[in-house]
Design a protein around this ligand. Structure first.
Ligand code: AMP
Ligand code: MN
Ligand code: MN
Ligand code: MN
Length: 294
């Protein structure tokens, strides 16, 4: 790569990246290899694979990335319990083979299975004829999530749509809902650090918190070791992005940016470009690498 072609006239980088991407190892529809090929088609210089709770896709993405000349950042997206809600913590540059880290992921998966079994029993008690085998076949290679419950209920005619299934049965407070136990944000940050990674608060505007509450959250997590904030994201308004950038700056946190691409599972969001105009400069990755060295 010629260094000079990285810069536009104003000094802005033309190299674009995406630091929030899901493969079919979690709930995306493209395999890690297909993601790399698609990233190449979209002219991305790098992307982070941040599947929910699993690192299974990373090796394949790294191998294909090397072949295609696309930089792959090994990542993860963890759910964490914050007060009465679930928030998401992204990990970047994690040692995805770290045995301690893998043990934590195994606990998360075991707990998900327990929760799924309980939800299945509740649905059976409500009179719905669904089985674990059917759920497994709906989920395919994915870990079974409530989205698969929704799909199965719809397929079997027990709900008009997946949204309907959530509204009637699967959302918090509804008859078949069972809460999944997850780690605290502090624990997630700690595990990511143990695995030599950087911990970043994902999409803070999606938690139904006021500005003041988001600032409180950032302050608390900063004290617990948070490294960065996802300040560029497919679903933000310009105003939201500006606020998050200024809060990141205030707390000396670096910023990341990502589309949250899920392939056909979120059709309106494309890799790298989000809803069409997302642009995440490669420089963000360079800033992260500087922090990594500290
Ligand atoms: P879980 O991690 O098993 O609790 O399930 C989370 C999954 O359910 C994610 O894929 C969400 O996108 C999906 N989900 C959550 N709420 C809804 C909803 N109201 N409608 C459709 N999908 C939802
Ligand atoms: Mn997802
Ligand atoms: Mn998320
Ligand atoms: Mn995500």
């Amino acid at each position: 790569m010629i260094k000079a072609d990285r810069f536009l006239k104003g000094g802005y980088s033309m190299k674009c990246i995406d630091l929030h991407v899901h493969s079919s190892s979690s709930d995306g529809t493209l395999s890690p290899r297909e993601l790399v090929l698609y990233a190449k088609e979209k002219n991305l210089a790098a992307f982070a694979l941040t599947d929910h709770d699993v690192v299974d896709g990373i090796e394949e993405a790294l191998a294909e990335g090397q072949k295609q000349g696309i930089e792959i950042v090994p990542g993860i997206e963890l759910a964490a319990q914050y007060q009465d809600r679930e928030i998401h913590i992204l990990g970047f540059f994690i040692d995805y083979k770290d045995p301690y880290f893998l043990e934590r992921l195994q606990w998360i998966q075991k707990e998900r299975k327990r929760r799924n079994q309980k939800m299945l029993e509740k649905l059976n008690d409500l009179g719905f004829d669904i089985t674990l085998e059917e759920l497994k076949s709906v989920a395919g290679k994915d870990l079974i999530s409530r989205a698969h419950f929704g799909k199965l209920l719809q397929e079997k005619g027990y709900a008009a749509s997946i949204t309907d299934a959530f509204q009637l049965y699967l959302s918090p407070g509804k008859a078949a809902y069972v809460q999944r136990e997850v780690y605290s944000p502090k624990e997630c940050i700690h595990f990511i650090h143990e695995a030599k990674g950087l911990a970043v608060l994902a999409h803070p505007t999606l938690y139904d918190l006021s500005d003041e509450e988001i600032k409180d959250l950032i302050k608390i997590l900063k004290a617990e070791g948070l490294d960065g904030i996802e300040a560029i994201y497919s679903l933000y308004t310009n105003e939201e992005e500006a606020k998050l950038r200024s809060w990141a700056h205030h707390y000396n946190l670096f910023i990341t940016g990502g589309s949250d691409f899920h392939g056909k599972n979120k059709r309106q969001i494309d890799l790298g470009t989000g809803r069409g105009n997302l642009k995440i400069p490669y420089e963000l990755l360079e800033e992260m690498k500087k922090r990594l060295k500290k």
